[in-house]
Design a protein around this ligand. Structure first.
Ligand code: NAD
Ligand code: GLY
Length: 371
């Protein structure tokens, strides 16, 4: 393994797995597969997207081939629209044509879209084959860890899916250098989210290191991704299937997922929608009597990172309210919200009056014109 690699473990008994974060890791993929006992005779399906394929797929494929593995590469279009049943269907066909068997592995090489999609293929092909995550976006520090895999339905995001853990996550920081700046900002939104729900010191650290993070300083980025993954690993280890605690990871998601669906998948990036959602949740906190400063501070930090903090004017508040009712977080007739109680801690509320949500959505949209 390359020097300076950070390592964490998601503790899930026999299904525990490592997260490796470092530089120069892609070229060692084959060696890592061999070391971890992946069978050489079972064909591998590498799923990637159009933007990532020409940048990084050859390194991964060559490394696997040099270790004796046979790999078929499949490239899906970039972007959220690939998280669909029709693209999923094409990947199942590719797996069959490549002769994948029960001992085979599906590798996701890409951002959260590829990770969620390829993970759903791994979870369902022959009732489940081996799965490896090689994330290439900042946002994917969240999506590659924890085993939530899914595709979207036109009415609701991530509504067709499973819990299916990878066998390891290999995060090569070098891949992040080619990310477009907008994707960098959107990914950092989820990094900050992990601080907002769990660790006020980490939020302060992100605030102080905003310039370095936005400039992709390797040391700052490696530390931030390690801390973000650590929060995720701790929470998932305690509550893999979101019976209770894991729901805190959904800070900003009730409004955020609805915005993604209403704006049109891909129009508003996931991390951007979640940033707006987190501002909405912080405003809800004030309604419950928590410090109004939480909302101001949340908004300030997202602005500092160049993230949107208002609902785009094209998103109709009624449509947003309807979309929230299709969300998985709608339970027993109630919208479920993660609400910050201070910077660095949250609580889960299923007693949020829908009138409050409507007012906050309306305000966040109407204030757009004042930007
Ligand atoms: P993404 O996968 O669409 O990647 C963003 C864009 O960056 C794409 O255009 C992609 O082609 C491009 N790209 C990826 N890596 C690149 C690189 N290294 N260099 C240049 N371009 C690159 O989006 P994302 O933000 O990574 O992930 C968003 C998805 O993740 C959403 O679907 C969201 O629902 C999901 N998600 C899942 C979980 C989970 O727990 N499973 C958690 C958070 C988000
Ligand atoms: N992104 C929320 C979760 O993984 O649970």
């Amino acid at each position: 393994m390359a020097g300076g690699t950070r390592q964490l473990t998601v503790e899930l008994g026999e299904r525990s797995y490592p997260i490796l974060i470092g530089s120069g890791l892609l070229a060692g993929t084959g060696a890592l597969f061999a070391e971890r006992g992946f069978p050489v005779k079972a064909p591998i399906l590498l799923v990637t997207d159009a933007a990532v394929a020409h940048l990084y797929a050859d390194t991964v494929v060559s490394s696997l081939q040099a270790s004796g593995y046979s790999v078929t590469q499949t490239v899906v279009p970039s972007g959220e629209t690939s998280k669909s049943l029709s693209v999923f269907d094409g990947l199942i066909e590719a797996a069959l044509e490549a002769g994948l068997d029960r001992k085979s592995t599906v590798i996701a090489l890409g951002g959260g879209v590829v990770g969620d999609l390829a993970g759903f293929v791994a979870a369902t092909y022959m009732r489940g084959v081996r799965f490896v995550q090689i994330p290439t976006t900042i946002l994917a520090h969240d999506s590659s860890v924890g085993g939530k895999v899914a595709v979207n339905h036109r009415l609701a995001k991530n509504i067709i899916g499973a819990f299916y853990q990878p066998e390891f996550v290999m995060y090569d920081l070098d891949t992040l250098r080619s990310l477009p700046p907008r994707e960098v900002r959107a990914g950092l939104s989820e990094v900050i989210k992990h601080g907002l729900i769990w660790n006020a010191d980490f939020v302060r650290w992100c605030d102080e290191h905003a310039g370095k993070l936005l400039a992709l300083d390797p040391e700052a980025l490696g530390y931030a991704l390690y801390e973000g993954c650590k929060v995720k690993a701790i929470v998932v280890s305690k509550d893999e299937r979101e019976n209770d605690l894991r729901a805190i990871l959904n800070l900003g998601h009730t409004i955020g997922h609805a915005l993604e669906a209403v704006a049109g998948y891909g129009e508003l990036l996931h991390g951007e929608a979640i940033a707006i959602g987190m501002v909405g949740s912080a405003r809800l906190a004030a309604r419950f009597g928590y410090d109004k400063g939480i909302a101001l501070e949340t908004e300030r930090i997202f602005r500092k990172f160049g993230l949107p903090v208002r609902i785009p004017s094209g998103c109709d508040p009624d449509a947003i309210m309807r979309a929230m009712q299709h969300d998985k977080k709608f339970s027993e007739g109630q919208m479920v919200f993660v609400v910050p109680t201070s910077i660095g801690s949250v609580e889960i509320r299923n007693d949020v009056p829908s009138a409050w949500v409507r007012e906050i959505v309306k305000d966040l949209r109407e204030e757009t014109g004042e930007e």
